[in-house]
Design a protein around this ligand. Structure first.
Ligand code: NAD
Length: 451
C-alpha cells in the first residue's frame, strides 16, 4: 500500500511513498534495539563528532530540504530556510552534550556515592505536520546525544524530510539502525510504537486529544512519556504598551505558518482604552500580509495543510461570525484561508476557547491587570504567551502570574535552541530544547561503592 503525499498549495499529489504498518514499526524497533549497545558505547567525543557531521551534512543540503519542506507543508520558503537553519543548530548544540552529561558525587557514610545519566534505549518519536523536520530535530538531537537509538514517526501528511533525514544520517556516518524512520498512519504506526514493549520512551508532539491517548497507552509498559500538545496562547496588550510595536508584531504571532503553530498567539487581549487605536494599527498590518505560493520569495503566509484542516478552520468562521478584519488569499486549487480577525469576542466563545490551528485570531477586551491575567489563564492550555507593557514591574508580575511554559515580554518569540520549551496544564509534560531536554532522554542511576 502506498501513501499519497499532497502539496497543499495545489492539492495535487507530490509523491507516492510506501506506507509503513505495524510490521515495519516492529522491524525498525528491532533494528534500533540491535544498534543500541554499540551506539551507547561510542565514546563521548566520537558521538559528538558524529552529531557535528550530521549537522554539517544537513547544512550542505539546507536549500533542498527547505524547498521540500516548503512544498510538502505549504510554508513560505523563507520560513522553511529558517527552520532548516534551526535543525542544523539543534544538532550542533546537542553535539556538545555527550561530553557534558555530568553526574554528581554525594557525601555518604562508608563509601563513595555517584550518579550517572544512562540512556533509555529505543525511543519512539512521534511528530506533527506543522514543523516536520524542526520538531523531529528537537527530539532526535538530545536523544542521540544521550546514547539512545531512535524510531521516528513523521506525520503521514509530511513524511518527506524525515525520510531524507534517515538517508542523511547514514551519509554522515551514523551506524545503521541508530536512526530509523517509519512513515505511516498514526493510528497504526504511532499506536504500535506506544504499545511496543521494546520502546522505552515516547516523545510526542501533536494534539492534546491524541496526547491523552498516548499517555494512557504508555501506562501499560510504564514508558517514559513527554508530550508537547496544543495551545491557545494569549497576547496581552496593556494600555501602557508601545502600541505600534505590539500591533505590528501581532499578525505574524498568530498567522505565521498559516496559524498552524502550537504557540500561536490566537487570543489577542487588549486593554479597553486602547482598543480602537490597536484595531486600526492591526488592520493595516493584517491587510499587508502576502498570502500565496510557498515558493515565491515574497510570500509571508501559505495555504493550510489539508482539505480537512480547511474545513475545520472554516467552521470557526460561520456566516454570522463577528469578522473585524479579513485579509486576502488566492482562489482556486489549494487549501487557502485568508488571515481573519474576529472581534470583539468573549473568552467563552468557541473560537476563543478552542485551538483553531489556522489563521483566525480573536480580539478580547479587558479592564485592568487583574482581569487581563485572569482571562489569559482561563483556558485548559498553557503553552506560551506575550505581554506588551512599558511598565517593568507589571511585566514581571504578569510573567510570574501566567500559567504557561514560555512567556515573552514585548516580543512574541517562543522557541530558541538554547532555552527550554514546553507546556503547563494540558499543553503537555516535559521540556524540549535547552539544557532541560537531556533529562528526558536519560534515567539517573545511583552507584554506591563501599570503601
Ligand atoms: P495529531 O495529534 O493529529 O498528530 C500528531 C502525530 O501523532 C502524527 O504523527 C500522527 O500520525 C500521530 N498520531 C495520530 N494518532 C495517533 C495515535 N492514536 N497513536 C500514536 N500516534 C498517533 O496532531 P497534528 O494534527 O499532526 O498536529 C497539530 C497539533 O499538534 C496541534 O494541536 C498543535 O498544537 C500540536 N503541536 C504542538 C506543539 C508543541 O510543541 N506543543 C508543536 C506543534 C504542534
Amino acid at each position: 500500500m502506498s501513501l499519497s503525499v499532497i502539496e497543499p498549495a495545489t492539492a495535487a499529489v507530490m509523491e507516492e511513498i510506501p506506507r509503513a504498518g505495524a510490521e515495519e514499526v516492529d522491524a525498525a524497533v528491532a533494528a534500533a534495539k540491535a544498534a543500541f549497545p554499540a551506539w551507547r558505547a561510542v565514546s563521548p567525543a566520537d558521538r559528538a563528532a558524529l552529531l557535528r557531521a550530521l549537522a554539517d551534512e544537513l547544512e550542505r543540503r539546507l536549500e533542498d530540504l527547505a524547498r521540500l519542506e516548503a512544498r510538502n507543508a505549504g510554508k513560505p520558503i523563507g520560513d522553511a530556510r529558517g527552520e532548516m537553519g534551526m535543525v542544523v543548530d539543534t544538532y550542533r548544540y546537542y553535539a556538545a552534550a555527550p561530553e557534558r552529561l555530568l553526574g554528581q558525587t554525594i557525601p555518604v557514610a562508608g563509601g563513595v556515592d555517584m550518579t550517572f545519566r544512562e540512556p533509555l534505549g529505543v525511543v519512539g518519536l512521534i511528530v506533527p505536520w506543522n514543523f516536520p523536520l524542526v520538531i523531529a530535530s528537537w527530539k532526535c538531537a538530545p536523544a542521540l546525544a544521550a546514547g539512545n537509538t531512535i524510531v521516528l514517526k513523521p506525520a503521514e501528511l509530511t513524511p518527506l524530510t524525515a525520510l531524507e533525514l534517515e538517508r542523511i544520517a547514514l551519509d554522515a556516518g551514523l551506524p545503521e539502525g541508530v536512526l530509523n524512520v517509519v512513515a505511516g498512519p498514526g493510528s497504526v504506526c504511532g499506536k504500535r510504537l506506544v504499545e511496543h514493549p521494546d520502546v522505552a520512551k515516547v516523545a510526542f508532539t501533536g494534539s492534546t486529544e491524541v496526547g491523552r491517548g498516548i499517555a494512557a497507552g504508555a501506562a501499560n509498559t510504564i514508558k517514559r512519556v513527554t508530550l508537547e500538545l496544543g495551545g491557545k496562547s494569549a497576547n496581552i496588550v496593556f494600555a501602557d504598551a508601545d502600541l505600534a510595536a505590539a500591533a505590528a508584531a501581532a499578525p505574524s504571532a498568530v498567522f505565521g505558518n498559516a496559524g498552524q503553530d502550537c504557540c500561536a498567539r490566537s487570543r489577542i487581549l487588549v486593554e479597553r482604552p486602547v482598543m480602537d487605536d490597536f484595531m486600526a494599527e492591526l488592520e493595516r498590518a493584517v491587510l499587508a500580509i502576502r498570502v500565496g505560493d510557498p515558493l515565491d520569495e515574497a510570500t509571508e503566509m501559505g495555504p493550510l495543510i489539508s482539505a480537512g484542516q480547511l474545513e475545520t478552520v472554516g467552521s470557526y468562521v460561520p456566516e454570522d461570525a463577528p469578522v473585524a478584519i479579513r485579509g486576502s488569499a488566492p482562489e482556486g486549487d489549494g487549501f487557502w484561508f485568508p488571515p481573519t480577525v474576529l472581534a470583539p469576542m468573549s473568552n467563552d466563545d468557541r473560537a476563543a476557547a478552542e485551538e483553531i490551528f489556522g489563521p483566525v485570531a480573536v480580539v478580547i477586551p479587558f479592564d485592568g491587570e487583574e482581569e487581563g491575567l485572569r482571562i489569559a489563564n482561563d483556558t485548559i492550555y498553557g503553552l506560551s504567551g506575550s505581554v506588551w507593557t512599558e511598565n517593568g514591574a507589571r511585566a514581571m508580575r504578569a510573567a510570574r502570574a501566567l500559567e504557561t511554559g514560555v512567556i515573552s515580554i514585548n516580543s512574541n518569540s517562543s522557541v530558541r535552541v538554547t532555552t527550554p520549551f514546553g507546556g503547563f496544564k494540558q499543553s503537555g509534560v516535559g521540556r524540549e530544547l535547552g539544557p532541560d531536554a537531556l533529562e528526558h532522554y536519560t534515567d539517573v542511576k545511583n552507584v554506591f561503592v563501599a570503601t
